[in-house]
Design a protein around this ligand. Structure first.
Ligand code: DOR
Ligand code: ZN
Length: 345
């Protein structure tokens, strides 16, 4: 039995850090577990160009001073991305890609693209410059059943875009369906996917377990058990197209437990312990290292960290809540006992 795991410092390839008091708290949680994280640009005022990304980078660095932590910035896909701006993005060592949100699909996405095809001119330039495209892969058509929005997005848009731009590197973020695992597996090496802990742990019953559970609500929404199993199989398969991205997305408790609860699950504080717990429960703890420290870095053409973290088999209780400003965040698996601890070396 493996009781201890020493692995290169992992990368969180999909993270929300927010701003202000929230940024101060949550950035340090990520920095204590991860060496790098790809930071999402969906702030209230989205990060739409390199200059704003560099300002946000500096803010994050201030809050994570003293940690060995490098934020990898993303730009919010928008129709004003000129060739000149794309060249700046490509040249910046701090920016790793462009994140596309179909308009209205999730938190702060109302500046997203109305029609996917309207992005084609920009995709073409990104392909030439080898700038990765990170996609929230759900259709924003309110007539489409919410549980089918990822599948329909793949069928209607992604397959075609991949054909039109075969050399464009695309990450299908936070995959939640069997359909997504199949698409990624069957596509070329230019296509990869990030996987969250919640989509590995839960099926959609979790949303209604003993009542309506706002803290289990995220987008893409949790799916049926067969989808959870398919995403889990992909994560523990050792296939380098699937890698860690927590999609840790903090919202204050008062905003989750309200008439219109925000989508997003917070996992950054205990992310590596929770992934270790999941891999271990599924007899795949030895697959965790590549999933969290290698495959994502390889896809983004980054070198693996030389620093290490240690994960130890030991009882660990996830806190019930975390204080932020005058409120709290309720984390993933709040109050539950797990069998792994992170991260002293
Ligand atoms: O659940 C989610 N929360 N999904 C997203 O795509 C965005 C995120 C957020 O920013 O809160
Ligand atoms: Zn996200």
């Amino acid at each position: 039995m493996i009781n201890e795991l020493i692995i290169p410092k992992p990368d969180d390839m999909h993270l929300h850090l927010r701003e202000g008091g929230m940024l101060k708290v949550v950035s340090q949680h990520s920095a204590s577990q991860f060496g790098r994280a790809i930071v999402m640009p969906n702030l209230k005022k989205p990060v739409t160009n390199t200059e704003l990304a560099h300002e946000y980078y500096d803010d994050i660095k201030i809050h994570t001073k003293g940690y060995d932590f490098e934020p990898l910035m993303t730009i919010y896909f928008n129709e004003n991305l000129t060739l000149e701006e794309l060249k700046k993005i490509q040249a910046s060592s701090r920016v790793v890609g462009i994140k596309l949100y179909p308009k209205g699909v999730t938190t702060n996405s109302n500046m997203g693209v109305g029609s996917f095809e309207s992005g084609y001119k920009i995709f073409e330039m990104m392909e030439k410059l080898d700038v990765p495209l990170l996609i929230h892969g759900e259709v924003n058509d309110s007539k489409v059943d919410i549980f089918d929005r990822e599948k329909i997005f793949i069928e209607k848009y992604l397959i075609r875009a991949h054909k039109e731009f075969p050399n464009l590197r695309i990450v299908l973020e936070h995959i939640s369906t069997k359909d997504a695992t199949e698409f990624v597996r069957e596509s070329s090496s230019k296509i990869a996917a990030s996987i969250t802990p919640q989509h590995l742990l839960y099926n959609r019953n979790e949303l209604f377990l003993g009542g309506l559970k706002p803290h289990a609500f995220c987008l893409p929404v949790l799916k049926r058990e067969e989808h959870r199993v398919a995403v889990l199989d992909a994560a523990i398969s050792g296939n380098s197209k699937f890698f860690l991205g927590t999609d840790s997305a903090p919202h204050k408790r008062s905003e989750k437990e309200s008439n219109c609860g925000c989508a997003g699950i917070y996992s950054a504080l205990n992310a590596m312990e929770i992934y270790a717990e999941i891999f271990d429960r599924n007899n795949a703890i030895e697959k965790l290292e590549n999933f969290s420290s290698k495959f994502g870095a390889d896809f983004y053409k980054l070198s693996q960290s030389k620093n290490k973290i240690k994960l130890l088999r030991a009882n660990n209780k996830i806190p019930n809540n975390i204080k932020v400003d005058n409120d709290t965040i309720v984390p993933l698996m709040a109050g539950q006992e797990i069998g792994w601890n992170c991260c002293d070396i």
